[in-house]
Design a protein around this ligand. Structure first.
Ligand SMILES: [Fe+2]
Ligand SMILES: [Fe+2]
Length: 309
């Protein structure tokens, strides 16, 4: 087993699916609280150009209807695929927390949370026609898999449950609110209660113990990497445009990011992230990240500069 494989063990992002005629699938379907199947699947764009701020982008406005819909299709798919991988990693993470629990009640709670994430995963799969088993070039997913491997429970609680589950909560709320497909909108809305419970539990358990110096350093490093991905704005939208329209020059990319209003886009997100970290025993972590400028949204030219070295 090489290191790359090892680093994905708990998150299980590359775990394969069984064949559709495998008997295990029937047992799984029967065991899931939601007995839905693929009937709800439709090839439509669940979120529109406004959702991605693409209606403000000239190259998108001037594109043909076919190109516009191809770009939207890519951005829609990557949103769903991202949720798929997050829930997939969530199942592994919660199972790990079952083993790390220090009381019977904590263990029971994490076992229930594992089932929540498995349920969410099964529901998202209904909306994804075919799934790439791995998405290893996504820096966020790579970072997520790496953190989940950590042996430091304080880091796990803070990064994954306080920050990322809290972030996921506002992300899913927005996905639900702006989704044009009523069943999918309802689905994301139905995740909120469970995700809020995961977040609150993490915050409570995190605040129970003092944060050691080494946990603090680890959390700062991971969060700095995560925040740097948010600082560079909606790169996935940029990449979807490039996939359809062909190669974009550096100045075209800067223009698109400016039209996408990248600084406001990342500024809002960074502010949400900062407020999630506040009010916990993590003041020193927030302060260290502030000193690194980790919460500052970057102007368009720096987003492109960083991405292309
Ligand atoms: Fe979930
Ligand atoms: Fe969750």
């Amino acid at each position: 087993m090489n290191n790359i494989y090892m680093s994905y063990k708990i998150a299980g992002l590359d775990l394969p699916h069984i064949n559709s005629d495998d008997k295990l699938r029937r047992i799984l379907t029967a065991a899931l609280p939601n007995k839905s199947d693929n009937n709800s699947l439709q090839e439509i764009n669940y979120w529109d150009a406004e959702f991605f701020n693409m209606h403000q982008v000239k190259i998108f406005q001037q594109a043909s209807v076919a190109e516009q819909s191809a770009i939207l299709h890519i951005t829609n798919r990557s949103l769903l695929a991202e949720s798929y991988f997050i829930e997939k990693a969530g199942v592994g993470y919660m199972a790990k927390m079952v083993l790390l629990a220090e009381t019977v009640e904590e263990r029971m709670l994490y076992a229930l949370f594992t089932a929540d994430e498995a349920t969410h995963l099964s529901q998202i799969i209904n909306f994804l026609p075919e799934i790439e088993a791995t998405n290893s070039n996504d820096p966020f997913l790579n970072l997520l898999s790496e953190v989940v491997e950590s042996a430091d429970k304080t880091v796990l609680l803070f990064v994954l449950q306080v920050v990322l589950e809290g972030w996921g909560l506002s992300h899913y709320r927005r996905l639900a609110k702006e989704c044009h497909h009523p069943i999918l909108a309802e689905l994301f809305a139905s995740f909120l209660q469970a995700e809020a419970r995961h977040h609150v539990t993490g915050t409570m358990l995190f605040n129970r113990n003092p944060v050691s110096a080494s946990s603090q350093t680890d959390a700062i490093d991971v969060l700095a990497s995560f925040l740097s991905m948010v600082q560079v704005g909606p790169q996935s939208v940029l990449s979807a445009i490039e996939q359809v329209k062909g190669h974009l020059t550096r100045s075209q990319k800067i223009q698109i990011l400016e039209e996408l209003d990248t600084q406001t886009h990342s500024g809002t997100r960074l502010e949400i992230l900062r407020s999630l970290m506040r009010g916990t025993s993590a003041d020193a972590i927030v302060q260290a990240l502030d000193e690194r400028g980790a919460f500052a949204p970057l102007p368009a030219y720096q987003c492109v500069y960083l991405k292309n070295r």
